[in-house]
Design a protein around this ligand. Structure first.
Ligand code: ATP
Ligand code: MG
Length: 424
């Protein structure tokens, strides 16, 4: 993509009222635009990041047998009245209004009330189970505090997976499978996300959250010595830093963290409410067991920024970066040299395109300082600079955003080296 073609622009100054690093950097770099508190437009570069995260989530959900569907966001009140959630939590969380001729309707903030009767229509015999369906959709929540950029939206993207089983054992085995799939999702997104014991609600002792340790997190967790398991403070209000872990694995470390995912054993909470049963081998009706599993791709995007930035800007992991390479052509005062820089850059850009390597080409007529500052702000993994200095050596300058060192790479080798970098 040529930067002169990109309709968004970076902002020199951080936006006012940017309480968190993700809001400040994503807005300043032109990845998102705030419409109101907790509601954002995803601009070309930001949308690409969101879509890359969604693709990783989709691949891992498909790998554990999830079938993708898309349920509506505009929902009738009746099923929520059946489960009691039209009133509790009710409007505290759900946007509710009259529509369609005075009918009660609301916007989806989760989808148990829709997915349970949906699967019930099709799954009747033990032969029809297990069933796992998921969707990726915008959810709406009347969040009181929507102050952390895209970490806590009032409209935000969620992947919600629901599974249905004929026994508690099968539900638990699938829960463990999802837990492993979640580990792969977050690892592939380039963030640490520690499985964390949290309260399971009314129907199960524990649930698991996936928590990314960072100063800006709203939650407090206690991490085990190995750093691969944690307990949410909400569950152990009296625990302190350095206390013995509940599993006897040594002292825990207290840290702030962001919840990027959450998995729950719902058992019969919703299936009972809708009288969802199945017929077993003997022709007898039996209860259906259910689990639900969420990930917020938009919150994951904000979390990556919180966990991976410096004073100059964002540092995108290759797996989710909008594109892997930023090609920067620096200006020269010499007219012939300027033309040479432009021509070499354009030739490189076209070659990358042919090779299927996505490149953001800074071909704008701007100062060297502004261009380099923008490259750091946008934070693509690899920066290539073409300038008078590099062309004298028949080279381009190669620098990884996450590292300090730069090196010169010969023009004749750069395509191959970039292809290797992108694929490795
Ligand atoms: P929280 O405790 O942060 O309020 P939650 O426990 O209510 O979240 P779930 O209902 O389990 O969250 O939602 C599943 C996932 O959706 C969360 O793990 C998180 O990644 C994401 N999520 C939840 N609420 C928001 C929000 N307001 N904005 C962005 N992402 C969200
Ligand atoms: Mg939570």
């Amino acid at each position: 993509m040529r930067m002169t073609h990109l309709f968004t622009k970076t902002q020199k100054e951080p936006p006012k009222e940017s309480e968190s690093a993700n809001a400040r950097l994503l807005v300043q770099a032109g990845f998102v635009d705030q419409l109101m508190a907790g509601v954002y437009t995803y601009l070309p570069l930001g949308l690409k990041v969101l879509q890359r995260i969604q693709s990783i989530v989709r691949e891992e959900m498909d790998a554990i047998g999830g079938q993708e569907i898309l349920m509506p966001a505009l929902l009738p009140a009746e099923p929520w009245k059946t489960t009691g959630r039209w009133k509790d939590p009710g409007p505290e969380v759900m946007f509710q209004f009259k529509g369609l001729g005075k009918r009660d309707v609301g916007l989806g903030w989760t989808h148990e009330e829709i997915v349970t009767p949906l699967v019930q229509k099709f799954a009747k015999s033990y032969k029809d189970f297990p069933v796992a369906v998921y969707q990726m959709q915008d959810k709406f929540r009347n969040e009181l505090r929507a102050k952390s950029g895209i970490l806590r939206g009032r409209e935000f993207n969620m992947k919600d997976l629901y599974s249905f089983h004929t026994s508690v054992e099968d539900m638990e085995a699938y829960y463990d499978k999802v837990l492993e799939a979640y580990k792969r999702v977050f690892e592939r997104c380039g963030i640490v996300a520690i499985p964390t014991e949290a309260s399971g609600g009314a129907f199960s002792k524990v649930s698991h959250e996936f928590q990314t340790p960072t100063e800006s997190g709203e939650d407090t967790i206690f991490v085990n010595k190995a750093g691969d398991y944690a307990w949410n403070k909400e569950m152990f209000p009296k625990m302190k830093d350095g206390d013995d872990a509940p599993d006897g694995s040594g002292p825990v470390k207290e840290t702030k963290a962001i919840e990027v995912g959450n998995i729950f054993k719902l058992k019969n909470r919703f299936t009972d409410a809708f009288k969802f049963t199945f017929v077993d081998e003997k022709g007898k009706k039996q209860p259906v067991y259910m689990g639900c599993y969420g990930i917020g791709p938009s919150r994951v995007m904000g979390t990556i920024v919180e966990a991976s930035h410096d004073e100059r800007g964002m540092i995108w992991p290759k797996s989710v970066a909008p594109m892997p390479v930023q090609l920067v052509s620096l200006q020269s005062k010499d007219k012939t040299m300027q033309e040479k820089i432009e021509n070499k850059s354009e030739a490189l850009y076209e070659d990358f395109k042919k090779l299927g390597v996505e490149v953001l080409w800074d071909n704008r007529d701007m100062s060297i300082g502004e261009k380099l500052a923008d490259a750091d702000l946008i934070g693509l993994p690899l920066r290539l600079v073409v300038s008078e200095k590099t062309l004298k050596e028949d080279s381009v300058e190669w620098k990884l955003r996450a590292e300090k060192e730069m090196q010169l790479v010969k023009l004749q080798d750069v395509l191959e080296e970039v292809v290797t970098f992108v694929r490795e």
